[in-house]
Design a protein around this ligand. Structure first.
Ligand code: ZN
Length: 479
């Protein structure tokens, strides 16, 4: 798509009213699935669903972690939190003084991340992601100069690079992204197939053989203990399901019977036995840059209390929020993120054939490797994820980063074990010790440097654990 010019901008009537109406309809819509239950053992054997439900499960992979934190925050039920320390990263960014960020628009951008697949997801039967459609703004003062090629921003907090005024004049018309058209029924999968979804969210095309296999695997030999029930799900129920899928291994059983079958280690903070499954080649490890941290430990217990770091580490942590879940599970964690249900959805997409079930290879690639926009990627993002320019040449898009960093070079920050991030001052260090009820005499400091391996461990631990730094950095500490 070429750069926008005045000529190809088509003005159209305000679409906000139409959008509100569409949203309301989408919110009230329901998806029905059939659930086969084992009445005797009070568990779900499997669910049978059409493309509308499977499309939504698959769309989970395209959601940036920050979007998931924001969406789950709307649910009242706090019984299962979903996402260990990652919530704190999001909350810390919300509370973070804007003066430390590269530009005013950085915070807005990072709190409202979007993957490049967001327009596909707007075609889903239920709109669980309420991220605003992208809007473009220019400087009203400079736009009048005919020789001036306008620069666009995606929020109203950006300052015009030419005159310094806020860029608040909304650009309407064809430079806004075109709606992605979907041919045929489903968005990602074919609408003529029925799918089976297991309790831990493995998705497969329905065959009588697979349904019998699932029944016999649970030791059920006759039909008398089975029953079929219908589950109607709206947006709220789907968000609830997403939360459960991040916390439990038996999602449908929980939704139907309100009981948990296998208990996972998310319920026991601090235990995360699968972190060591990350294997990196020496080449991958040595090519990544190092970030230095100073960690404070409790002398008497050896417990990690908090870390102090410069903006590079904070850039890296805030950067988590814009990475799509599918990229975390697949590209970064190689399918073993330890979020069982999400690993299963990822594997199901990987195993599903294109044409008959998944609509195209392009769709499959998009789900398995949902890219992040270039503006979200920082030079401190240890992972080397490829950022892609949004829409048109980045030349016309105001880059909210300074020197490819999300934060200014701006002093020191404190990061607690569960990833609460605040600017550091002598007083805040003392406060943190006080909050942890640790004597000022009972501490020691250690300097460590982290690379790709630790970066991955921190990300992985942040998805489940509330003692993320301990779980991911313990092996580096001398103690
Ligand atoms: Zn201007």
């Amino acid at each position: 798509m070429g750069p926008p010019t005045v000529k190809n901008v088509l003005f159209r009537p305000s679409s906000s009213l139409i959008r509100i109406m569409a949203d309301t309809t989408a919110k009230e819509a329901k998806i029905s699935i059939k659930v086969i239950i084992d009445k005797v053992n009070r568990r779900v054997v499997y669910a049978e669903a059409d493309h509308t439900f499977v499309d939504i499960l698959f769309c989970f992979m395209t959601l940036p972690l920050g979007t998931i934190v924001r969406l789950l925050g709307k649910l009242d039920d706090k019984k299962y939190e979903g996402f260990g320390s990652l919530k704190n990263v999001y909350q810390s960014l919300e509370d973070f003084p804007e003066c430390y960020l590269s530009t005013e628009e950085c915070k807005h951008m990072l709190l409202n991340p979007r993957s490049l697949s967001i327009d596909h997801c707007r075609n889903l039967k239920l709109q669980i992601d309420d991220t605003e459609p992208l809007k473009y703004f220019k400087c009203a003062a400079c736009a009048d100069y005919s020789s001036y090629q306008p620069i666009f921003s995606t929020c109203t907090k950006a300052k015009c690079p030419k005159c310094g005024k806020l860029m608040t004049s909304e650009v309407t018309g064809s430079i806004q992204q075109a709606k992605v058209c979907v041919s045929g029924g489903g968005v990602f999968v074919s609408d003529i197939v029925t799918f089976i979804v297991t309790d831990d969210l493995c998705v497969m095309p329905y065959t009588s053989a697979s349904s019998i296999q699932l029944v016999t695997r649970l030791g059920i030999s006759d039909k008398s203990c089975l029953e079929e029930i219908k589950l109607d799900m709206g947006c709220e129920e789907i968000l609830h399901l997403l939360k459960m899928a991040l916390s439990l291994d038996s999602v449908f059983t929980y939704l139907v019977f309100h009981r948990v079958e296998p208990i996972r280690d998310i319920l026991i903070p601090g235990q995360s036995g699968t972190l060591d499954q990350i294997d990196l080649t020496e080449k991958e490890e040595s090519s990544s840059s190092k970030i230095h941290l100073e960690v404070t430990l409790q002398n008497s217990t050896g417990k990690l209390l908090f870390a102090e770091a410069q903006e590079d580490f904070i850039d890296f942590l805030f950067g988590f929020l814009s990475i799509p879940l599918g990229t975390v599970v697949g590209e970064l964690m190689k399918g073993v993120s330890s979020l069982t249900c999400m690993d299963n959805i990822f594997k199901s997409i990987s195993n599903m054939s294109v044409g008959r079930y998944l609509k195209s290879q392009e769709i499959k690639d998009m789900l398995l490797k949902a890219h992040i926009g270039q503006q979200y990627s920082s030079k401190h993002q240890v992972f080397r994820l490829e950022g892609i320019p949004l829409l048109w040449s980045s030349k016309y898009h105001k880059d909210p980063r300074i020197d490819r960093g999300l934060l200014k070079q701006s002093g020191m920050f404190i990061v607690t074990n569960d990833l609460i991030i605040t600017p550091s001052s002598s007083y805040s260090t003392l406060n943190t010790l006080n909050d942890l009820k640790v004597s000022f005499f009972d501490i020691k400091r250690e300097e460590i440097s982290i690379g790709l391996t630790e970066g991955l461990k921190i990300l992985k631990a942040s998805l489940k654990s509330h003692s993320t730094l301990t779980d991911s950095l313990e092996h580096l500490l001398k103690m």
